[in-house]
Design a protein around this ligand. Sequence first.
Ligand code: SF4
Length: 597
Amino acid sequence: MPKHKQLRLLFDENPGLFDQLRQARTLEEAREEALMYVLKYESITLNTTDYNHPMERSVARKCINTLRNMLSKRSEELTGFSAIEAIWKLSKGRQEKFTKGFIREMRHLFKGMKGTTGLYTIDPESDAAEDNISNDSRTISRQRSYVLDGIAAKAHNWVKKYKSGLEREVVQRRKENKQRILEYFKATEEDWNSWEWQCRNVIRDAKMASDLINLTDDEKYSIAISRKHGIPFGITPYYAMLMDRKTDRVHDNAIRAQVIPPLEYSMFMANAKEGRGEELDFMGENDTSPEDLITRRYPMISIFKPYNTCAQICVYCQRNWEINDVLAKDSQAPQRKLEKAMEWYKAHPEITEILVTGGDPAIMSDAVMKHILDRIRELPQITRIRIGTRTPVVLPMRFSEEYADLLASYQIPGKREICVMTHFEHPYEVTPEAMDAVQKLRHRGISVYNQGVYTMENARRFEMVALRKALRLIGVDPYYTFNTKGKEEMRDYRIPIARLIQEQTEEARLNPGLERTDEAVFNIPRLGKNYLRAGQDHEVIMVLPEGERVYEFYPWDMSTTDVSPYLHIDLPIDEFLDKIQDKGEDPQDYRSIWYYL
Ligand code: SF4
């Protein structure tokens, strides 16, 4: 619906408010009128039970809180914008530069406040039936079971839309892809199963990529720009095998998007590389590194980065500011730095858990990994070593019996645990080869966890549910789902926080508890994870002219240390809905997103 119609609706749905705003002579009068309007509805939430559905009241409370935040001078000071000034001017017919995204946010906040979202209904038939048979518990149970059948069937139908790499037809398609790639390299099955061979033959440029994968002109051009400007790029032959021959991205969109940079991204990064350098360090890792190779954001856990490249490069890598190139030769940290890092750990017995990551530490040779784990073993306080690696997804042949034995040899029940943290993004990445790698670890008592990133490529309804189900089947426990970083170059991938909370509430929640073990988190630069389901840890304090919500996050350690709240400007929900529609989705299926705050 165009902007002027949205505006008309906003006025028509709140006639009393806009009449008053038109008459207000000053901004403060307008603020007072708007506040009175909100307080009137707050009083209704406190004093009546007159809602069509109990959830309408719950939503109303949240919208009222948000509107009160937005009317406060504090929020205006923090964000440099006044929403009340904006709607006051709009009420007077001033053509301010506000997008329909802003107007839609305001409309939904007012609808939510009034308990008129229309999202929640009580089926009158089942209500009446319940009244009649309230003493017959078996009948009530059957009726409830019937309702649950309907909910489950709908969820299953959504999940079925997304193919898993374990499905027979997909496995067959990939066999053909593999054969084609082997012929190109004149290689053997034995070569293919060697992780060193895979690394030696990583696809590094547009020419080889288009020889092996069908690429669109944009994809080719984008890869060429990346290479020209020294932006890391690489795809293992194994991962290339996961891409379909057709370029329509019907099934393999998440896979292509993972490694083939969008054109806008390559352009942005080309400029950034030349001009901005470490501004790309979104998480401020440089500011949380007490010693080279070490990052510390939490009291008992530290990140240790002995190797700073990977077998292939993820487009939205958090560490794209420090990875020079795929499998770059100088990526191994020198012995001198390793020793200094170990000295630092010795001096910090408070650290009980080390996440060995990178880059991807599983690309280090067995001997180097052994050396590092031997040194960590000397630290008596370390009760858990986590290996952060994407190799189960992009290079599963890395997990030979010998390598799995090596990792398992550091696990001592009752004393020290070894875990592998990996990063699957989509069920299409879950393959028999990945399952084999995971099972080798599981058979040796090593748990494997997944940390996914929620992006435009896996954010359709129940897409993440499909991933969780596939992961559990191969032995991986979902651990974290990260909101995409607010990095400018990531705009094509970003989704609003509201979508992640909606997914957790309306999709993940329908599934068995052991499948939805992941926590949805927002990563705050320099401080780390903020749990999005913990409503007390964040608030929306403003909506900006483009429709971006401004979130104020209260970091986990605010109560113990002197840490300021963190402000995050989110992707406009309106923009997300337009993009999801471009992907062939019906925005109506996502309409409750406005009410997740
Ligand atoms: S595997 Fe991890 S560190 Fe390596 S490119 Fe991908 S996101 Fe970055």
